[in-house]
Write a protein that binds this ligand. Structure first.
Ligand SMILES: CSC[C@H]1O[C@H](OP(=O)(O)O)[C@H](O)[C@@H]1O
Length: 340
């Protein structure tokens, strides 16, 4: 029986302090827990671009607080919104949060109203995570093993997490007995961040190399692969951390079910299909070194896409706070998220 921890909300990676935004610097975990204080929208934009804060919901929340900082400083809001929007291209939560703040600005919102809106965005995300934890956990049979990818926990959200929230809830409910986390090269979100969260929670988990995932599935210890998302297209295709697509192929081959967990703020019904989603290409240097130590011969180059697209046909369930879409397709997505 795995340890069931009552309260997982202890980690708050994004903290509003009234005139600054404190961010737990995820580049330095798990070696050190250091905080960055952002006192301008530009600081927040740079923090998002440099992965100080990362994870689709978390970057949307941070950007919303960046708008508040800009309003406090009396900055030109159209250019602030534009700069924040350009920080990273794939996670639609960033654009969603900025559109929501922009709508408030157009309606004449003052600093206090914008502060309330940013706080609402953060609080709504937390409520959604706990709702998704319940809905996703209920899909998992007792004595199951699960494999997760990247980091989708408190560090990537307002707290508790999306896919990792389902795992937390599943462990607490006694449904999940084995947890595996993929290291998630090249930025190692799984090794550095997910394992840090799980150890803090007292949830036993095993780290695996990304390349060991199919072998693990073949051995029968895993009944679900559970991942997050950065953008879900109108047909149910899912953009997520690079490596997700390979996991989905292996899962289908081995009869392992595939669950995507994401709040409705990650759903982009204006994007028809996965191939229409911009995939962020990051600096090849992230592949050519580990912890600042070069691992590849000088003169070598690299290609570093940090997301990929899993087609809806390989997904068994998309879990949002609005409900579960089993075997997602355009019809199922439209039924859950009708046109306004
Ligand atoms: C709930 S986090 C969603 C998503 O964001 C992560 O990407 P990154 O670490 O590059 O911001 C990863 O794709 C997670 O699945």
């Amino acid at each position: 029986m795995m340890t069931a921890i009552a309260d997982h909300d202890s980690i708050r990676a994004v903290q509003w302090c009234g005139d600054c935004l404190r961010l737990l610097d995820q580049r330095r975990l798990p070696a050190e827990e250091s905080w960055l204080e952002c006192r301008s929208a530009q600081h927040v934009r740079d923090a998002i671009a440099d992965l100080v804060v990362r994870g689709a919901p978390a970057i949307g929340i941070a950007a919303a607080w960046g708008v508040v900082l800009a309003a406090q400083a009396g900055e030109d809001m159209p250019s602030v919104l534009r700069d924040l929007r350009a920080a990273r291209p794939t996670a639609v939560n960033l654009m969603w949060a900025l559109d929501r703040m922009g709508t408030c600005i157009e309606a004449g919102a003052d600093v206090q109203a914008l502060t309330r809106e940013a706080q609402a965005i953060q609080d709504e995300d937390m409520a959604a995570n706990h709702r998704m934890g319940k809905l996703g956990s209920a899909l998992i049979d007792r004595s199951s093993g699960v494999l997760t990818h990247c980091n989708t926990g408190s560090l990537a959200t307002s707290g508790f997490g999306t896919a990792l929230g389902v795992i937390r809830a599943g462990v607490a409910a006694g449904r999940i007995e084995r947890v595996f986390a993929g290291e998630t090269r090249p930025w190692l979100q799984g090794a550095r961040l997910t394992m840090w969260e799980l150890v803090r929670d007292g949830i036993p988990a095993k780290l695996i190399a990304d390349s060991a995932a199919a072998h693990l599935m073949r051995g029968g210890q895993v009944q679900w692969v559970i991942i997050g998302a950065d953008r879900i297209a109108a047909n149910g295709d899912v953009a997520n951390k690079i490596g997700s697509y390979a996991l989905a192929i292996a899962a289908r081959h081995h009869g392992v079910k595939f669950m995507v967990v994401a709040p409705s703020t990650t759903v982009d019904m204006a994007t028809a299909r996965g191939e229409d989603i911009e995939i962020e290409l990051r600096d090849p240097k992230e592949l050519l070194a580990i912890a600042g130590v070069r691992t590849v011969v000088d003169g070598a180059s690299a290609w570093n896409p940090v997301f990929d697209v899993t087609p809806a046909s390989l997904i068994d369930a998309i879990v949002t706070e609005c409900g579960v879409i089993e075997r997602p397709d355009t019809e199922g997505m439209r039924a859950m998220f009708p046109a306004p």
